[in-house]
Unconditional design. Structure first.
Lengths: 347, 191
């Protein structure tokens, strides 16, 4: 598609795609924060933001609440602590943001809509997803604050640990589909299996079913969300690595956190839930419906993440490492072995 | 080894129970929420029974109110107030000026030019209401609450607005009434 473009057209195309992706991230963050506040309220028998009263208020059912919050964050004073490492402090939110941004660029939103389609897609996503941790450590170090540093070190330990079971459960998918290309992985999940179920990897065999849950749990841990939110444990570390941040820089952390949720759910959708494929083959699965199914699955998984957050208590640091190294890692290795046997003798 | 898998199984099943609980609350939000949409919704007035025999004492004391048309300017409430938050000024009017009568058919003889109650000083003891011969000063929600709806949240942006000024005669009117002894008047000043 791009072979005949001049360099100017190429540049315009890049800028347009970047703006669209940024818009997607912003809208995703706004909607997810609103959903998070509302769902958490409902789970706790509250109403959440409602926007009642006269004068300025946040719309019906508080729908403009997150827009108002975003405006507030943009207008807030930019505070940089005097003792902070100024240059690193400024650059850290952007490192995290870029990590999320270049990952979201590779997600296949539908059969035709994908910003970059590289044949190493899933490998690229796994690699890029761990870029964020560099930003976290930078932020924690540059803040010159013991809570920030603790948070940064914890998040480094956590993300590095949970990368491994996540990657190992993705290997199951690669073994079954024999490709690293995201579109190829989705295409191989076409059709029906076991008579009625869609031919998604999650339904392919029991090991793949388990692999999905291992990946999803690791994904929740990688996004630093409850029950794995020890890098920013409010009750212990104030706010962890972003304690000293405020205003727009803090908003960038927030934006990347929710973008990371989107990415992790997107990878889970692509690798295990058939990407843009319809759950019923042949039913609403052409053209724009792909977009619908992809976003539907991703949003459902985001809902599950929010659901986790407001149900489970936080793990202790040693328990967190225990889950990764003693439970998820052996199970993921066992899975690879099982899938190997399965495709050798049954599949 | 079996202990290991039993632990995993127990973790998974108990986590599912927890997820079920939160999902149930999410599902039943329409009939189970506890939030009060405060300015639009208010808690109902609580029943008050603090052990007095007379029912008049078993009521909520809230905001002071004066029916200024019934006030005869006797100043009994001002003298009764322990904190001195009521300030009344009266002016004697000439013999031939008729100020009208109260709802108890008492003839009004003094012109009340100032009747200020500083609600920020008021301690809600209700002592000013008992000596009033015309029952014109009362706590809304108090013994005479039938006269006035309950109001227990009278917050203001400016502290000065908590000084309630009940007198309704302007200085010009006071001037006119006190100097108009030449010609007799029939209508009340409150009109």
């Amino acid at each position: 598609m791009f072979e005949n473009l001049t360099s100017l057209e190429w540049l315009l195309w890049l800028i347009l795609a970047g703006l669209l992706l940024f818009g997607l991230m912003a809208v995703n963050a706004l909607a997810a924060v609103y959903a998070e506040r509302k769902l958490s309220a409902f789970m706790q028998d509250r109403l959440g933001p409602m926007g009642q009263g006269a004068g300025f208020h946040a719309g019906k059912w508080g729908m403009l609440q997150t827009v108002a919050d975003a405006l507030k964050l943009i207008l807030k004073e930019d505070i940089i602590p005097r003792a902070a490492d100024r240059r690193l402090f400024i650059i850290a939110p952007y490192i995290i943001f870029i990590g999320a941004f270049i990952a979201i660029a590779a997600l296949p939103f539908s059969e035709y809509i994908q910003v970059i389609d590289i044949n190493l897609g899933i490998f690229y996503l796994l690699a890029v997803c761990s870029l964020g941790v560099v930003g976290l450590i930078t932020a924690g170090w540059a803040s010159d604050n013991k809570w920030s540093l603790y948070g940064a070190l914890r998040s480094a330990a956590q993300i590095v640990s949970y990368e491994i079971p996540a990657a190992l459960s993705i290997i199951v998918v690669v073994m079954l589909t024999s490709t690293l290309d995201l579109q190829g992985i989705i295409r191989s999940q076409e059709g029906v299996i076991w008579g009625i179920l869609p031919n998604w990897i999650i339904f392919n065999n029991p090991f793949a079913f388990l692999a999905f849950f291992i990946y999803f749990i690791s994904g929740v841990a990688e996004t630093n969300r409850t029950p794995f939110d020890i890098p920013e444990a409010e009750s212990e570390l104030v706010a962890g690595f972003h304690t000293e941040y405020s205003g727009m820089r803090w908003a960038f952390f927030f934006l990347s956190e929710y973008a990371n949720m989107f990415i992790v759910c997107g990878i889970a959708t692509v690798a295990f839930l058939g990407g843009w494929q319809s759950p019923v083959p042949g039913f609403m699965d052409s053209g724009a419906w792909g977009l619908f199914w992809f976003f539907g699955k991703v949003l459902f998984l985001i809902f599950v993440m929010i659901w986790f957050r407001w149900t489970f208590p936080r793990l202790r640091v040693d328990q967190l490492m225990g889950v990764a190294w003693k439970v998820l890692l052996p199970l993921a290795l066992l899975n690879i072995f099982g899938v190997g046997l399965w495709s050798l003798y049954i599949g | 080894m079996s202990r290991y898998f039993a632990n995993i199984w127990e973790t998974v099943t108990t986590l599912m129970i927890g997820l079920g609980v939160t999902l149930k609350h999410l599902w039943h939000i329409r009939r189970g929420y506890v939030t009060l949409q405060y300015p639009e919704e208010k808690w109902p007035r609580p029943e008050r029974k603090i052990g007095f025999d007379h029912d008049d004492y078993n009521v909520i004391r809230s905001r002071l109110h004066v029916d200024i048309d019934d006030c005869i300017g006797c100043m009994k409430c001002e003298r009764a107030c322990p904190v001195g938050c009521i300030h009344i000024t009266t002016v004697k009017v000439p013999k031939d000026v008729d100020l009208g009568t109260t709802s108890n058919d008492t003839k009004k003889r003094l012109l009340v030019t100032r009747f200020d109650i500083d609600m920020s000083e008021c301690m809600y003891c209700n002592l000013c209401t008992y000596p009033c011969p015309e029952s014109c000063i009362y706590m809304t929600g108090g013994p005479n609450s039938g006269k006035h709806p309950i109001d227990y949240e009278f917050s203001e942006f400016d502290r000065c607005n908590l000084i309630y000024r009940f007198a309704n005669v302007s200085p010009e009117e006071v001037e006119r009434i006190t100097t108009s002894s030449a010609k007799p008047r029939t209508e009340g000043v409150a009109a």
